[in-house]
Each structure stands twice: as C-alpha cells, then as structure tokens.
Design a protein. Sequence first.
Length: 612
Amino acid sequence: MELQVTNSPFNQEQAELLNRLLPGLTDVQRMWLSGYLTATQGAALAVQPGTAAAPAATAAAPAPAAPVSKEVTVLFGSQTGNSQGLAKKVSSKLEEQGFQVTLSSMGDFKTNNLKKVQNLLIVVSTHGEGEPPDNAIPFYEFLHSKRAPKLEGLKYSVLALGDLSYEFYCQTGKDFDKRLGELGAEQLTPRVDCDVDFDEPAAEWMNQVLDSLSAGSAAVSVSVGETSAITGPSVASEYSRTNPFRAEVLENLNLNGRGSARETRHIELSLEGSGLQYEPGDSLGVYPENHPQLVEELIAAMGWQADEAVTINKNGEKTSLYEALRTHFEITVLSKPLLEQAGKLVPGSKLKDFVEASSQQELRAYIQNRDLLDLVQDYDLKGVPAEEFVQVLRKMPARLYSIASSPQAYPDEVHLTVRTVRYEANGRNRYGVCSTHLAERVAAGDSLPVYIQANPNFKLPENPDTPIIMVGPGTGVAPFRAFLGEREETGAEGKTWLFYGDQHFATDFLYQVEWQRWLKDGVLTRMDVAFSRDSAEKVYVQHRMLERSAELYQWLQEGAAVYVCGDESQMAHDVHATLQTILMQEGGMSPEEAAEYLTRLQQDKRYQRDVY
C-alpha cells in the first residue's frame, strides 16, 4: 500500500521519501526499524517537559531494558581456516541485524583497544597438544600476561574448535574462556566446544549469540547448511564439507623407489564439473573408508549381523551395519569420552570402573595405538545391540592433505602427496585409515568424496617479487610443488629457496625430476637437501639451514617470507628453534629479541606454517 498525504500524517515530501524507502527493506530491516521507532518514541515521551502524568492504572509499567551496545568485536585464531570462516559468518549475520562489527585475526588485533570493547566474540581452534594456532599466539600471550587489563563491563562468548580424539580437546578456547572470566568479563552466552563435525554446535552457538545481542528483537537464525559452506573457497560451489564432490581418480602412483622403507602416493583427481576452486596453500579434505577386514572383525567380535539396519544421523537415515562401520563412523581412534559412553552401555562394566579409577596418564597409555576392536575385546562388550553402540561413535572425519598442485598449471585437477602409514602395536598390524585406503583400495577410474579446505593462513606473498624460503621434509614438500608451479605459470620474479629432506637420496627423493627442471629454468633459485639415512650421523633440514645461516639471514633482511610444512610434533619445533638460533648468531640478537623478531614475522605474514 502506497502512502498518500491524504491517508497519513506525512507531508508530500515525507510520503515520497518513505514510498521510495519502504519497498526496498528486508523483513529483518522492517522489524528492526519498527522496534527502533518504538524505543525512541518511548524515550521521547519519558523526557518530554509538560507531559501529563499517566493514569494510575498504567503508571506501574516496567522500566525499559538497558540499551544493548550495537558494537561487536569478533576475533578469530585459525590454523586451517575453519575458525576464520565461522567468524566471518557470525559477523555477517550480526551486520544484517544492524550491528557494527569489527572482524579481526587475533594476530592483527591491537591489544590496547581491548579495554574499549564492550561485546567480544572469540572463535578459536586448538592446535597440536593444546596450543593456540600461530595467528592467536600474540593475543593469547598478552591476555595471560600481567599487562592484561581488568575487563569489567566486557561481555564475551567463545566458540572453541578442536578434535575430540586429542587429550587437550578445545584447550585454547577453554583457556580464553577462563582467563576472560578471571579478568572480570561476563559471559554473554556459555562457551561451546566443537569436534571436527562442528556445523550443528557452531550454528547453535551463533543463534544463542544473536539472540543475546539482539536483546529480544527479531534475530536472524543460522542454519547448519550455512555454516558448512565456510570451508570452501571464495567462489561458490554446491559442494562442501557436508556435501562432498565425488572426484574421479586420474592417477595413483608410488613415488618411492624400489627398496625404500616408505610408500608415498602421488594421487591426481579430477574436479571437472564441481565448481570447486582452490589456491596454492589450500588443503583437500578426503573422506576415507575403514578397512573391510577391521569392520568384519569388529562385527564378529560383537556378535552382530552385517546386514542389520542402524541409524547413521539425527534425521533417522538408516543403512546396513557393515556400510555404517565402513564409511560413516570412526572405529580406529579411541578417546576418553568414547570410553566413558561405551562403559555406560554395559551394566557393571569393567570399562566404566577403569575409566573412573584411571589417571590421565593411564588413559593416555591405553588409548594410544588401540582401536574399537581392542576396546570391545579387552572389556568384553559383546552383547550390546548394534543400534545402541553406533550412537556413541564419532562420525568419520575427513582427512586433510596439503594440495600439491597449482590450479594454473593443472586446471580442473587437484594433486595429493600421501605417505602410507603402517605399523605394528599391541600384537596387531595397524595402518592409517585414509593413507592405506588410498594406497590399497583406490585405482584410476575410482572416485573419492572430497572438498576444498581453504587455508588463508598459508598463502604466497601478494607481491610476486618477494623472495620465499620453503622448508618441507617428506610429504611436507607438497604445497611447495604447488607454490613453484604457480610461480612458473604467473611468471613471478621473486627468488625461491627450498629445503627438502627424507631418508635416502636414491629411493626417497620425491618429485626429484621436477625440482631439477625448476632449478634449470630458474623457477627454483636454490635447493638444499638432507637425506638422514645416507650418512653415519643423521642430517635433517634444520642442519642444512644452520650451514647456510649467513645467506638465510640475508634473505630475511631482504624481506623473504618463510614457509614451513610437515610434522608439528618435532620438525616444526626444531626449525623454529633453528630460525631463532640463526637470528641470534647472524643478527646479534638476544634470545628475547630473536623470539620477538619471529613473532613480528608471523604478524606480518612473513612466517607461515602448515604443520600437523
């Protein structure tokens, strides 16, 4: 209905303005405007001089609620991009409701502004053994230092991402929650901890936050589907972590030579028709299948029937028990929560007594290198109905692999470098779920469910003239094949230096022919290698870095960016310590100055790590 001067209290000019404005408003904007006008009208009446007193019957109306600040700061700490994507999603929803949002990486946030923040949302993952992700370290250390200010008046909420199979599950988020409370801040909504299947709890947290900040006005609901889209690249595709694309396998080769103690697969997949796009530094999520032998042994040990129908999700969808255990549930990794839940399935279970009586160290020792078959055999869980048992199992998480190809060099393809994991423990042969699936049961012509995991924290410099130093032993070299392929295709002029290591030169020099070609063509400026088993004394990449310390320091002084990819538990720590030693040795820095220098490099995105 159009406003007219004759049917409204507005003059001609006001009516024309409103008729232009109102048709273009969304439902949310209309509701917000209605509430805003009601609130401002109430405030005006309350202070209007000379206004007659309200009748006695209405004088006792409740006082209006305290105004809610419309400014919100959203900080994220992210290693692989999930926390960053969720932070962007909640920021977008808040902006739709008229909030003024400051979105920032923790590494970029100026800590002297923290005292001015009224509403703070933290979205953070936990890395390694309970450690903050790289871009969260400065803010984490500040908040836990004596310099942290008192934060009375601050309202906050934490969304913590983690992996339930790790002992220090969501530890960084828990640390932030605890510390903010210690500093006097007040929870806006309770912290939510998310496992690798984070869509539902993340959506629930967002809705709670939106409701609290909106203070009763019409909130925008966030659906599970909306949160699942955040793991993909900036260009939209219908495929995502919750709706993977079936990618055809084009090639599956063993990169190691005959006689090697290792097996490393080079796998090429087609993305044609998917709409999926990626950049060098991103990862590919692959949903694997459990080994058929393990599934069969588990079913036999429990006395189940393979063709029995069981429920596989909250929507009530069912499939056969064999298919559920093969493709839908994690059966190779144990965790304390799983032991606790499984113990409750059997009255008087020895498992329940074990969990309650054991220390963290004892639980850790049992869980290590054991799987679900060990658990049901060790604690005689036979007899539990399959339908009940599968409800305590975790959904099969995807495995992430650094992409080893440049989309410029290989359009509509994605390449992976995957080391097959096999070992013996506790009297049985063990194997990596995904790596063994790829090595033994996937051939050209088969297909795999995959999605792109964008990683904004591991990217080539924007300036193609920037020198880059790449440290990637073993399969950690994968993203650097992508980096150099990209630089070759785009004609980047910046110098490049690769440190690579493995066991033996003759059998374990992954992609040797390509590195040699790039060295010849000048795409790769220099390369230093370390083959640890070819000499009496083991030599690793960090030793080669120390041998070239003067040149490496010179590259840093010229503005080089450093990239490290591979094992987090030891290699990444050794390389970090080596960089610190080089700064002290060549730059005359104290240990504190060298540590601060590396922190600045991280903040300036000149020191990036993709470690696992």
